[in-house]
Design a protein around this ligand. Structure first.
Ligand code: AMP
Ligand code: MG
Length: 177
């Protein structure tokens, strides 16, 4: 079983805010080993250090202040993610976590540290890298560019975790299976 995850996080135009990002959305798609979709989940997360979203962040992600105000905090979000895997017959400690790039894994680790929550994933696959390996290129493709290259169009809203994750699964099905 695989879990393909795309995170959204607080962000700012100001470079002084670099590194202060906290997760605000966990978009996750559960698939079998051939990337056939089993289920998906969108968990919104309330950031604790900078609970007020910047205009830049709202513009980029289309996530609103209300959505994070009414969301759960990170530890509860992770418990929900774990419960989602369990309800589908899997186990978060023993699942292939995949994401487009290493950003999502690193951001998960940062939020786990911030909240003293044990990082649950045993292994991670960077599917952006895997995509370049298959094309035998050193070039790295953004999700939108990779979709276009594969003759697919983005479904949903770009920079929403749940939509980004579902579109990754569409590429994976086409290219990796
Ligand atoms: P993405 O999965 O591409 O939507 O990006 C994940 C997160 O990375 C976003 O929620 C932002 O926190 C951050 N991010 C993405 N693109 C940018 C950008 N152009 N400027 C600043 N932060 C960004
Ligand atoms: Mg995204």
């Amino acid at each position: 079983m695989k879990i393909i995850i795309d995170l959204e996080a607080t962000c700012w135009e100001d470079p002084a805010m670099r590194g202060k990002n906290e997760i605000i959305e966990i978009g996750a798609v559960l698939t079998d080993d051939k990337y056939n979709k089993i289920d998906d989940i969108c968990i919104m997360v309330k950031p604790i250090n900078n609970p007020q979203l910047s205009e830049f962040c709202i513009g980029l992600t289309s996530i609103t202040q209300d959505m994070v105000d009414s969301a759960v905090e990170f530890p509860e979000a992770m418990n929900q993610l774990s419960g989602f895997v369990t309800n589908n017959g899997g186990n978060i400690w023993d699942i292939d976590f995949e994401s487009w790039g290493n950003y999502d894994r690193n951001q998960f680790k940062k939020d786990c540290e911030l909240h003293d929550y044990v990082y649950p994933f045993d292994r991670h696959t960077n599917i952006k890298q895997k995509y370049s390996d298959i094309l035998k290129t050193r070039r790295r493709y953004g999700l939108g560019k990779a979709l276009r290259k594969e003759g697919l169009t983005f479904e949903g809203t770009a920079h929403r975790g749940i939509d980004d994750a579902n579109n990754m699964v569409r590429i994976a099905q086409k290219v990796f299976v």
